[in-house]
Write a protein that binds this ligand. Structure first.
Ligand SMILES: *[C@@H]1O[C@H](CO)[C@@H](O)[C@H](O)[C@H]1NC(C)=O
Ligand SMILES: *[C@@H]1O[C@H](CO)[C@@H](O)[C@H](O)[C@H]1NC(C)=O
Ligand SMILES: *[C@@H]1O[C@H](CO)[C@@H](O)[C@H](O)[C@H]1NC(C)=O
Ligand SMILES: *[C@@H]1O[C@H](CO)[C@@H](O)[C@H](O)[C@H]1NC(C)=O
Ligand SMILES: *[C@@H]1O[C@H](CO)[C@@H](O)[C@H](O)[C@H]1NC(C)=O
Ligand SMILES: *[C@@H]1O[C@H](CO)[C@@H](O)[C@H](O)[C@H]1NC(C)=O
Ligand SMILES: *[C@@H]1O[C@H](CO)[C@@H](O)[C@H](O)[C@H]1NC(C)=O
Ligand SMILES: *[C@@H]1O[C@H](CO)[C@@H](O)[C@H](O)[C@H]1NC(C)=O
Ligand SMILES: *[C@@H]1O[C@H](CO)[C@@H](O)[C@H](O)[C@H]1NC(C)=O
Ligand SMILES: *[C@@H]1O[C@H](CO)[C@@H](O)[C@H](O)[C@H]1NC(C)=O
Length: 605
C-alpha cells in the first residue's frame, strides 16, 4: 500500500512534463555564454561571472552557471524561466540564497548548488520547487537543517547533503519530503542519529551516513523507515557496538558497515533481516565468524569482510545460507577455510581468499579441486605454509602435486599406555595425552560428567595436552576422555581415576599443604567451587591460620633478637650481624622448595 504511494508521485509528473515539452521559439543568448537553441541549453560555465547574466531566454531548459564567482542568489532571481529543468550553480562562492530565490521554477527537476559557501538555509529558500527531483547541496558549510526547510519539495527523490558541517537536524526538517528515496549525509558533525527527522521519510529506500563520530548505534535508531532497503554506515571510527534492537523495523536487502570499530559480527542486530542479500563488514577488527549465528539470513548472497582481523571462520558459519554465492575475505589472518564452513560449496561462485597466511593442506583441497570453476576475482589465493610452496598460487599446482602438498595426517595420540590412577584424597595427579598429526591436532578433555575441561581450575587441561587434577577429591573419581582432533580425523583415550577418602583424624595434615592453599585460593570455576564446599576448612580459615602461625613465628624471632642485642651491648663488644637458625616446618621442607636453608641473617643497628 505504502509502496504504491511512493511510486505513484513520480509516474504522474513524468507524464505532465512530457506534455509540456515545447519546441524552440525565439532563443536569445546572453553575452559570454554558449547557447544551443536546438536543445534549449545555455552554458555559462567558467566565464568569471559575478552575477546571474541578463537576457536569459524564457524557454531555456538547461542552464549551467557553475564555476563562476556568484555570491548571492536574490529573491525570485529566475522568475521568468518557467521551462527550466536543470540548473547548475556548483563551484561558485554563494554564501547567501534569499527566501523564494527559486520561486517560479515550477518545472525545475535538478538543482545543483554543490561546493559553495552556504552556512544557513533560511526556511523558504526552496519554496515553489514542487517538481524538483534531485537536489545537491553537498560541500557547503551548512550547520543545521531547520524545521520545514524542504517543505515544498513533494517530488524530491534524491538529496545529497554530504560534506557539510551539520551538527543538528531539526525534528521536522524533512517534513514534506514524501517522495524522497535516497538521502546521503556524508561527513557531518552529528553526534547522534537524527531518528525523529528521518522517520518523516516514509519512502526512503537508500540511506548513506558517512564519517560520523557515534560510538553506539542505539535501539530503534531507524524507526519508521520501513521502505529502506539499503543502509550504508561508512567510516564511523568510534562505532564499537550495535545494540541488539538498533536495526529493528528495517527490512534491508543491502547493509554496509565498513571502516568502523566493530570487534565482532553484530549477529543479534542482523538476525531479523531475512531479506538481506548483501552484507559488507569490511575494515572492522573482527576476529572470527562463529558457527550457526547467521543461519537466519536465508537470502544472503554476498558477504564481504575485507581487511579485518579474521583468524578463523568456524565450521557451520554459513550453514543455512542456501543462496550464498560470494565470500570476500581478502586481507585477513586466516590460515585456512574449511569446506564445512559453507552450507554447500556447490553454489559458491566467487571467493576472495588472497592476502591470508594460508596453510596448504587437506583443508584447502576443496578450493584446489574447484580452482578452474571458482571465480577468484583475478586474485589467486597463495600458500604461506608449508615452506616449499611459499607464495605459490593455488592455480599453479599440478595434479601430481596435490597428493603431496594438500594432505593431512590424522590426529593420533602417542602414548596409549594404560594410565589408571588410584590415589588417596588430597594427592595431585597428572594424565598424559600427547598427540601428533598434521595440521597439529587440538586436544580436549572431557570429565566423567561429560563437561569440557578448561585450562583453569583445580582440574585443568594443560597446554601440553596433559590433564592435571590437583588435590584430588573423592567425587573426582571416574573416567576421563581425551580427544585429539584435526581436519583429517580424531583419536581418543580414556583414563580412570579412583580417589580414596581419608579417615577424619588425618585432617590436620590439610594445614601443612601450604603450597596447595596458595594455588587454589581463587575458586575460578564451578568445579572447584563445588569441590570447595566439601573441604573440612574453607580457604579463609586456612589463610588466617597460616598468617597467625607466621606472625607468632616472627614475634618470637623479634624477641630473641632484642635479647641478643642487649646481651651483646652488656658484653661491651659490638656485633653487627646475627644469624638465627630455625627449624623449618616439615611441609615446607618436604614440599621441595629447594634452597630453604632454615637460617636468617640480620644486620644489627
Ligand atoms: C558546459 O560546458 C562545460 C565545459 O565548458 C561542460 O563541462 C559542461 O558539462 C557543460 N554543461 C552542460 C550542462 O552541458
Ligand atoms: C552542471 O550540472 C549538470 C547537471 O545538472 C551537468 O550536466 C553539468 O555537466 C554540470 N556542469 C559542470 C561544469 O560540471
Ligand atoms: C566538524 O568536524 C570537523 C572535523 O572533525 C572539524 O574540523 C570542524 O571544525 C567541525 N565543525 C563544527 C562546526 O563543529
Ligand atoms: C577501537 O576500539 C579499541 C578497543 O576496542 C580502542 O582501543 C580504540 O581506541 C578504538 N578506536 C577508535 C578510533 O575509537
Ligand atoms: C521486505 O523486502 C523485500 C524485498 O524488497 C520484500 O519482498 C518484502 O515484501 C518486504 N517485507 C516486508 C514485510 O516489508
Ligand atoms: C572484494 O573486496 C574488495 C575490497 O573491498 C573489492 O575491491 C573487490 O571488488 C571485492 N571483490 C568482489 C568479487 O566483490
Ligand atoms: C606437561 O606440563 C606440566 C606442567 O607444565 C608438566 O608438569 C608435565 O610434566 C608435562 N607433561 C609432559 C608429558 O610433558
Ligand atoms: C571424531 O570422529 C567421529 C567420526 O570419525 C565423529 O563422529 C566425532 O564427532 C569426532 N569427534 C570430535 C570431537 O571431533
Ligand atoms: C586414625 O584413627 C583410626 C581409628 O579411628 C586409627 O586406627 C588410625 O591408626 C588413625 N590413624 C592415624 C594416622 O592416626
Ligand atoms: C557456574 O554455573 C552457573 C550455573 O550452573 C553458571 O550460570 C555460571 O556461568 C557458571 N560460572 C562459571 C565461571 O562457569
Amino acid at each position: 500500500m505504502l509502496m504504491e504511494q511512493c511510486g505513484m508521485w513520480g509516474g504522474w509528473t513524468v507524464l505532465l512534463l512530457w506534455s509540456l515539452n515545447l519546441s524552440a521559439a525565439d532563443f536569445t543568448c546572453p553575452q559570454k555564454c554558449v547557447c544551443y537553441p536546438d536543445t534549449l541549453e545555455v552554458n555559462c560555465s567558467s566565464k568569471q561571472l559575478t552575477g546571474v547574466p541578463d537576457g536569459l531566454p524564457n524557454n531555456v531548459k538547461r542552464l549551467d552557471l557553475s564555476g563562476n564567482q556568484l555570491k548571492t542568489i536574490a529573491r525570485r532571481q529566475f522568475s521568468g524561466l518557467s521551462k527550466l529543468e536543470d540548473l547548475n550553480l556548483s563551484e561558485n562562492i554563494i554564501s547567501m540564497i534569499e527566501v523564494e530565490a527559486f520561486q517560479g521554477l515550477k518545472n525545475l527537476r535538478y538543482l545543483r548548488i554543490k561546493n559553495n559557501r552556504l552556512k544557513i538555509l533560511p526556511v523558504g529558500v526552496f519554496s515553489g520547487l514542487t517538481n524538483l527531483r534531485r537536489l545537491d547541496i553537498s560541500e557547503n558549510e551548512i550547520l543545521v537543517f531547520l524545521d520545514f526547510t524542504f517543505r515544498d519539495m513533494v517530488n524530491l527523490q534524491q538529496l545529497d547533503a554530504g560534506e557539510n558541517d551539520l551538527v543538528f537536524i531539526s525534528q521536522r526538517a524533512f517534513v514534506g519530503l514524501q517522495a524522497l528515496k535516497e538521502l546521503n549525509v556524508d561527513r557531518s558533525n552529528l553526534t547522534s542519529i537524527p531518528t525523529e527527522a528521518l522517520s518523516q521519510l516514509q519512502c526512503l529506500t537508500k540511506l548513506r551516513l558517512r564519517k560520523l563520530t557515534i560510538g553506539v548505534l542505539p535501539n530503534n535508531a531507524f524507526r519508521g523507515l520501513n521502505q529502506l532497503r539499503t543502509l550504508q554506515i561508512l567510516h564511523w571510527p568510534s562505532l564499537e557496538t550495535l545494540n541488539s534492537n538498533s536495526l529493528v523495523g528495517l527490512n534491508l536487502t543491502t547493509l554496509t558497515l565498513t571502516n568502523c570499530n566493530l570487534s565482532a559480527v553484530p549477529y543479534a542486530s542482523l538476525r531479523h533481516l531475512v531479506y538481506l542479500q548483501y552484507l559488507d563488514l569490511s575494515y572492522n577488527p573482527i576476529i572470527s565468524i562463529q558457527s550457526n549465528l547467521l543461519g537466519e539470513l536465508v537470502r544472503l548472497q554476498e558477504l564481504h569482510l575485507v581487511g579485518g582481523n579474521l583468524l578463523r571462520i568456524e565450521p557451520g558459519a554459513f550453514r543455512g545460507l542456501v543462496h550464498f554465492r560470494l565470500l570476500n575475505v581478502s586481507s585477513n589472518r586466516l590460515s585456512t577455510l574449511e569446506e564445512s564452513v559453507f552450507h554447500s560449496v556447490g553454489i559458491l561462485q566467487t571467493l576472495r581468499l588472497d592476502r591470508n597466511p594460508l596453510t596448504c593442506d587437506c583443508r584447502l583441497l576443496w578450493v584446489v579441486r574447484r580452482r578452474r570453476r571458482l571465480d577468484f576475482d583475478g586474485r589467486q589465493p597463495t600458500c604461506s605454509v608449508p615452506n616449499q610452496v611459499y607464495r605459490k598460487a593455488i592455480r599453479d599446482f599440478s595434479e601430481a602435486e596435490l597428493p603431496v602438498i594438500f594432505v593431512c595426517r590424522q590426529a593420533q595420540i602417542l602414548n596409549r599406555q594404560l594410565q589408571d590412577a588410584s590415589v588417596v584424597e588430597g594427592t595431585n595427579v597428572q594424565f598424559e595425552c600427547k598427540a601428533d598429526g598434521y595440521p597439529s591436532p587440538s586436544v580436549t578433555w572431557l570429565s566423567a560428567q561429560q563437561t569440557v575441561l578448561s585450562s583453569v581450575g583445580r582440574i585443568r587441561a594443560l597446554a601440553n595436552g596433559s590433564l592435571e587434577v590437583r588435590y584430588a577429591q573423592v567425587q573426582d573419581s571416574g573416567t576421563y576422555l581425551c580427544t585429539a582432533a584435526n581436519a583429517a580425523g580424531n583419536d581418543s583415550i580414556t583414563v580412570s581415576l579412583q580417589v580414596e577418602g581419608l579417615p577424619q583424624n588425618r585432617t590436620a595434615s590439610y594445614f601443612s599443604d601450604v603450597r596447595w592453599t596458595e594455588t587454589s585460593l581463587p575458586p575460578s570455576t564451578n568445579s572447584s567451587a563445588r569441590a570447595s564446599s566439601r573441604y573440612p576448612f574453607d580457604a579463609k580459615t586456612l589463610i588466617i591460620a597460616t598468617t597467625m602461625g607466621f606472625l607468632s613465628f616472627l614475634s618470637s624471632v623479634a624477641i630473641c633478637f632484642v635479647f641478643m642485642f642487649f646481651w651483646s651491648q652488656s658484653k661491651g663488644q659490638i656485633k653487627h650481624t646475627a644469624t638465627i637458625d630455625f627449624v623449618p616446618r616439615s611441609s615446607m621442607a618436604g614440599g621441595g622448595d629447594g634452597g630453604d636453608t632454615g637460617r636468617f641473617t640480620m644486620k644489627l643497628i
